[in-house]
Ligand binder design. Sequence first.
Ligand code: CMC
Length: 437
Amino acid sequence: MQSAGRRERHEGIPLGESVTITDNRTGKSIEVPIVNGGVDSSEWAKLLPGVWFYDPSFGNTASTSSAITYLDGEEGVLRYRGYPIEQLAEKSTYLEVAYLLIHGELPTPVQYEEWKHQITTHTYIHEHVRKRFLEGFHYDAHPMGMLTSSIAALSTFYPEAKDIEDPANRMRQIIRLIAKLPTLAAGAHRYSVGMPFVYPDNNIDFQTNFLSMMFRVAEPTFECDPRLSRALDILFILHADHEQNCSTTAARVVGSSQADPYSAMAAACAALYGPLHGGANEAVLRMLTEIGSYDNIDAFIESVKAGKGRLMGFGHRVYKSYDPRAKIIKQAAYDVFEVTGKNPLLDIALKLEETALNDPYFIERKLYPNVDFYSGLIYQAMGFPVEMFTVLFAIPRVSGWLSHWQEMLEQKSRIARPRQLYTGVDERDYVAINARQ
Ligand code: CMC
């Protein structure tokens, strides 16, 4: 209901590009402009101090403005800094994409060479990180737990990282983090399988170096089929950023307290670990293995519809049509299987997808395969153990987290501090323990 009298109007708002909010208790109303698809909550607060938006999980809240990634969930569109994900996956490399995310533009040839040089020469980790942290874990520690903790531990090795106001200092930490994550990840894996640590080889490219640290045994120089390193590169491009997802939000929230970037990235990594986020690729593989054969698919789908678990790798908070990353990954899977042979779980995945996409339950809820549905099949065919799948998500996502962390600092954001709607008991007097029932 709109009140005629006491209405504050914003001059210059184009007709139709605003909303009018009326407080029916007082009859006051305010006109708030819609800018970039959002309304400024501080305008709302002027009219309604002490009345909060109730938005658990932030489904309808823009926590920031951002110029990094554009996502249209209805149309299945994803762009980094304006470049369509399909073009980047086809033509670019992960390191170039990382540069794009961090710097806002694709590098020139000179900038790209310098960037690669910087990343390559920061891949080593302090021996204590390896010997005392990675090798201090229990023998069956999950590599995501190891990765999260060792990223946090790095902050103690680079105390100067606390100086977040200095752009050059920030860039040093950004380069270190992008460069060292593959080394930490591979180190966690080698330890968990009882294999000796493989030091980075600065003479080979980023992807091959990572595969070398993961899988090298006794060969003098590690070699792998370029189709596999390219597939990994494509997967890294697709995972590099995804605007304000759970882990990026964690990075921004922790970063908003002006914590150092290692602490903020460790928080993001912890958020990624969960099965509803980056942990879904691992959960998909376990689900496909459990289903085991075509004959069990219908019963599995029925159990999901009955609320006994979720179809992992399906559904997304934002995408309400096919996740564009899933399309590219599905194609990449076939390219990898040409080298490795087909993953026997592929047929189950294809049939499961077909069954779900034709089922009214999934159609009505607009549930489509997401990035995690096919990625695990590729990783498994390449020889990665299931526990490493979420780690493989974290390695490239750190460039997205860092670009958001940097953007947040440049926006001079305030500390993240949401409100709550208190629903607990009213004030009451303390009761001595012996007097309690
Ligand atoms: N299987 C079965 N039902 C589902 C699924 C699923 N995978 N996802 C959502 N639904 C149903 C849900 O039960 C609800 O039904 P109803 O309206 O009857 O209660 C409806 O769809 C809406 O679900 P929601 O939980 O409100 O959706 P959300 O936006 O909160 O959750 C999600 C998004 C990704 C957490 C969820 O779809 C999910 O749990 N998917 C499986 C896990 C997964 O694949 N995660 C990876 C996400 S993509 C990579 C990443 O960003 O990390």
